[in-house]
Structure formats: C-alpha cells, structure tokens
Ligand binder design. Sequence first.
Ligand SMILES: CC(C)(COP(=O)(O)OP(=O)(O)OC[C@H]1O[C@@H](n2cnc3c(N)ncnc32)[C@H](O)[C@@H]1OP(=O)(O)O)[C@@H](O)C(=O)NCCC(=O)NCCS
Length: 285
Amino acid sequence: MKVIDINPYTVLKTGFFCKRGKKDCEGYQKKLKWLEARFAEGMRIKMLNPSEGGRGFIEYIPGEYAWRPVYAEGYMFIHCLWVAGESKGKGYASQLLEDCLTDASHRGMNGLAMVTSESDWLVSKRFLFGEGFESMDQAPPTFELLVNRFNRAPAPSFPKNWDERLRRLGDGLTIVRTDQCPYVDEGAQAALDAAKELGLRTRVVELKSCREVREYAPSPYGVFSIVLNGRLLSYHYLSKKDLLPRMQEALRFENSMRRPRRKSRAAASPAKPRRRRQSPSPRKK
Ligand SMILES: CC(C)(COP(=O)(O)OP(=O)(O)OC[C@H]1O[C@@H](n2cnc3c(N)ncnc32)[C@H](O)[C@@H]1OP(=O)(O)O)[C@@H](O)C(=O)NCCC(=O)NCCS
C-alpha cells in the first residue's frame, strides 16, 4: 500500500483523512486553516492511499508544538493514528508507525510519544506495547503516556494538576475546544444541545495555541473536553442521545453527594425551631 505524504504543497489536492468526504463542512475547513501554521512547525501527516482503498493515517509534530498537555520537548509526538474499516488487521498501523519512527530518527529526535486511552478515540496502550513503546506516565481516568525511546534523554511527562484545571472551569457545562480535530464542531454542538435540553448554563472555551493546550486543557487528550460542574464528562465526540444520560447521571450523583451533608446539618440543629425565650413577665410586687 502506498503511503501519501501530506504537506503544505499537497494538502489541497490530497485532502487529509478525517471528513475527507465532507470537505465543505466547518470542521474540515477549520482544520485545514489550523494545519497551515502546523506544517511550518514540523507537522507531518501520512495517509494510506485512498485510490488503493486505504483508510488510515498518522499525524505527528515535534513535542514542543504538540496540541496535548504534555512536556515532550525533543520527542516526536503522535497526535492521531487511525486505521479503519477493511484496512484494519493488515499491518498498516505498524507501517505508518515505522515511517514516523524513521522520520523522527532522521530529524534527531529522542523518540516517539503518544497519549493512549482505554476508552474511545485514541489507540489503546496494548497496541503500542507491541510496537516497542513503554508507559512513562498516567493521568485519570485511563490515559497513559507511551514512549518509544531512542536514547536515555529525560522522558516526557503529563502535568499533575488535573483537578485544579477542571475546578478552574467553574459550574455549568463547559466545552473546551480547538480546531485540531474536524469532529470537534459536531461534538461541541451535540453537547450544547444536550445541555440546553437540561437547562444547564453553558460556555465554550477555545484554546488557540499549543501553549494554551499545555497549560489549560483539562484532559490529556487536550483538544476537546466536555466538563460538567468540574467533572470530565467526555474527551471525544458523543451524540446528544449518548450525552444526555451521562449528564443526567452526573447531576444525580452530585445531588446524592449533597443530600447527606444537608441532612447532617439539619440533624445538628434541633428538630423543632427553638422557641424564643419569652421575656419574663414583670414580677408582681
Ligand atoms: C489500533 C489500530 C491503529 C491498529 O491498526 P491495524 O492496522 O489494524 O494494526 P496492524 O494490522 O498494523 O497490527 C499490528 C499489530 O498490532 C496488533 N494489534 C492491532 N490492534 C490491537 C489492539 N487494539 N490491541 C492490541 N494489539 C493490537 C496486531 O495484532 C498486530 O500484531 P502482530 O504484529 O503481532 O500481528 C486500529 O485498530 C485503530 O485505528 N484503532 C482506533 C484508534 C483510534 O481511535 N484512533 C483515533 C483517531 S485519531
């Protein structure tokens, strides 16, 4: 299978993998614009040749420019690796990784790094273990930072203040977004629609640089987060139908956590309101 190099000169002709069939949609156009600046920072995308029926790609960038909240200077950072449909199980992901590895080695990097998750929308760590990667750091709930090291340079790491990042977003539903992924637009709209149905206060925070992602993103995926009252609901696209029960469950959980506290406060005060002491009746002389 031929692998196509997508770069600033070819991108308009070849397109990139996600939403290739819907080039007019807002998410695709936003990513196209986002890519212009990324290519200058050393980003590369390699895509399985669609004319041969290939369905898959890898997107990577030097770690200092990664749109993930990671400290990975000197490492090549893989944003996305996706092999889909009939292309799966034929060794293509290994082939794309091998191409990335060769490129990183030619560019004098210390190794390759990638965020994994045991939930959806990212590769699982088990796949990367089989490709020579090791786990270097973890973040809640199921994220891990996997690295294939070429030398003994200091390993990449995650920030540690996830709770603080979530708390900073305050109450209500917050969508933290970027233009890195063409599915973000639909994901954000679905979350806003679901929140509206539940009468929740909403706001959208747009992260506009890799530095902002590194400092403020409330989840290791970095480029999209749905946060409800300081809790991460999802880091990837979910339909309104899938989101509504998650939101309702999160709200029910919060209420159940509040109730006992109210009860105990009530228990601490006497059941009946204390009667005001009546002023003593004037003594009869
Ligand atoms: C994981 C993934 C990349 C594998 O792609 P693939 O082309 O089918 O993988 P390959 O055929 O190159 O397999 C290479 C090896 O990994 C193994 N492997 C594949 N998927 C695996 C998995 N999920 N867990 C563990 N091992 C896996 C294969 O068995 C094979 O092992 P072998 O060399 O011993 O035979 C692909 O399934 C995928 O894209 N998953 C979704 C990832 C995602 O959500 N991306 C988000 C988009 S940004």
